[in-house]
Design a protein around this ligand. Structure first.
Ligand code: ADP
Ligand code: MG
Length: 335
């Protein structure tokens, strides 16, 4: 059997039960954005790891080493944000092909260090090996959170309002611009920045995790079409998305208009936005979104509802059911 027949998530679900069965109470293993390990009474450790492989996650010709260093750490910090935690330390392993210059690697470390300094993360170790042809980057980040406030993918409730903490689709638009070699203007430059230099929503994660009424949380790495399905699986529910409410930036709208892209589909399936996807008690949504706006000076848009139709993700536009072309990212499924 080839892995493409079950996909990335089918594969993870296949191996997980064997390693989840002996896990002690209070420990979270495979299945969420981070593993959670009890540490002290009011403190749990969060651990996450992400790998970036040349020509799969990035093209060396389309991202500067400095941005790649920054992004490699940012995608890991985003998983800490997704649980409501604060990152503390990182480990970086590199598989380096022979054609990479030391100056390129110096710049990679400058980018990584920029973000590490910004977020007070210490690089504490890693590993260095030769790679046959492609650059391999693996980062592990350790963070902390008060167990009372950690948010999981498994705690969405029927009727919850689904929200995102930022624009979606910009990164996907940036990737499309790079791949289609669009000539640079301000809008395209903005989209490419969002793709090559994403911001982990750490402050938002810590703040949201403390709000009573925020039920489930994860980060948007594969696109909401795929990421919502992870929440649906873990929370045993369905979801309905109102496409008219998706927060799509003016820049993505403009560029989509010029090149005849479907901005809704870019927003839904693009991925790598690294904002947070949260589900909020409908009775507390107005209060939470009002407080969010005061704190972060932008809205917390509600984009849909958690439904009781387990496993069903439905999209509506002008109140009509629509079918979305394409899906979120899965390493082994091209659909
Ligand atoms: P994220 O996109 O938030 O990094 P993933 O979708 O990559 O999360 O992974 C989902 C869950 O599966 C996480 O808990 C991750 O640690 C776990 N996981 C992924 N790949 C493997 C693997 N090969 N072996 C064990 N656990 C894995
Ligand atoms: Mg994640």
């Amino acid at each position: 059997m080839k892995i493409s027949s079950i996909g990335e998530f089918g594969f993870i679900n296949r191996i997980a039960p064997q390693f989840l069965k002996d896990i002690p109470d209070g420990v979270t293993g495979i299945g969420d954005d981070c593993a959670v390990i009890p540490w002290k009474e009011n403190e749990s450790l969060l651990v996450t790891t992400d790998m970036l492989i040349e020509d799969i996650h990035f093209l060396r010709t389309k991202i500067s080493p400095r941005d790649l260093g920054y992004k490699s750490l940012a995608v890991n910090l985003s998983d800490i944000a997704a649980m409501g935690g604060t990152p503390e330390s990182a480990f970086l392993s590199l598989g380096i092909p022979g054609d990479i210059d030391i100056e390129w690697l110096d710049d990679f470390y400058i980018g990584l260090d920029d973000l590490a300094n910004q977020e007070h993360v210490l690089l504490l170790g890693g590993d260095t090996t030769k790679s046959s042809a492609k650059l391999v980057i693996n980062i592990t980040v350790i963070g902390k959170a008060d167990p009372e406030f950690i948010k999981y993918r498994s705690t969405a409730k029927q009727g919850d309002i689904i929200c995102v903490t930022g624009f979606i689709g910009d990164s996907g638009g940036g990737l499309k611009s790079l791949m289609e070699e669009k000539s640079l203007d301000d809008d395209i430059i903005y989209l490419i920045r969002r793709h090559n230099s994403p911001r982990a929503h750490l402050a938002e994660g810590v703040w949201l995790a403390k709000q009573e009424g925020v039920h489930a949380m994860m980060d948007v790495s594969d696109g909401i079409d795929s990421d919502l399905q992870r929440i649906m699986e873990k929370s045993r529910c369905g979801a309905k998305i109102n496409i008219d409410n998706l927060p799509i930036s003016q820049q993505l709208r403009e560029v989509s208009g010029v090149f005849d892209w479907n901005s809704d589909e870019v927003a839904i399936t693009g991925g790598e936005d690294y904002c947070l996807l949260v589900t909020v008690d409908p009775g507390l949504y107005n209060i939470i979104s009002g407080k969010f706006e005061k704190e972060f000076h932008r809205k917390l848009p509600g984009i849909g509802l958690i439904s009781n139709e387990e496993g069903k993700l439905k999209y509506f536009k002008n109140e009509k059911l629509v079918v979305i072309q394409g899906h979120g990212f899965d390493h082994f499924n091209n659909y």
